[in-house]
Design a protein around this ligand. Sequence first.
Ligand code: 6GU
Length: 236
Amino acid sequence: MSKVNRFDVITIFPDYLAPLNLSLIGRAIDAGLIEIGIHDLRDQTSDVHGSVDDTPYGGGAGMVMSPEPWGKAIDAVAELAPGVEHELIVLTPAGEKLTQDLAIELTSSKHLIFACGRYEGIDVRVSDYYANASGFKVREVSIGDYVLGGGEVATLVIMEAIIRLLPGVIGNPSSLDEESHTLRDGDDSLVEYPNYTKPKEWRGLSVPDVLLSGNHGEIAKWRLEQAKSRTNNRPK
Ligand code: 6GU
């Protein structure tokens, strides 16, 4: 399967994406496993104020991001990954909700472009245009049912969820098999079982005996039970 190798983010707050240079993602960039470009939407504006928004047609509160700078910015970043399909992710609380399955699906894309809206969002003709443009696929994505000030933090979340799944990014890939939302009980995904490390006793709390038993069958059974009970008792 082809795996992502280029990510471009378009935003009016490039500094918001600075954490991408840290930790796991920073190391993946340094290792040449992925390439990331961060682009300032205002570079595509022509007026002296660099305006990127305007009042909504039909009236109402707030401002809407104008299609013209978005179209220019998206066309420009598409040229950074010639010859592959561009998957445009438009961040909006109205989008499809991010799940582990969606993160896994997005690892198959060669070029992801994240369009970070602010204010009341981006003129919907931007999504409509690229949905019908050849060489593009469009998805509107949300990271949950609450409202953020813009798509930047959501982009960090989605990129981290994808990038840690790419080959070579995590030192011990078997750790990916046992973590929350990958553990399965039939078709249901489970959250992770509880973990313990040394010391055996800490502030009067001890490690469950089964984990010290060396009986791998019993340990696996206990962990599955714990994962099921945590999953069932988790507030919805
Ligand atoms: Cl992607 N954007 C905004 N502004 N708020 C959100 C979101 C996205 N996902 C959840 N809340």
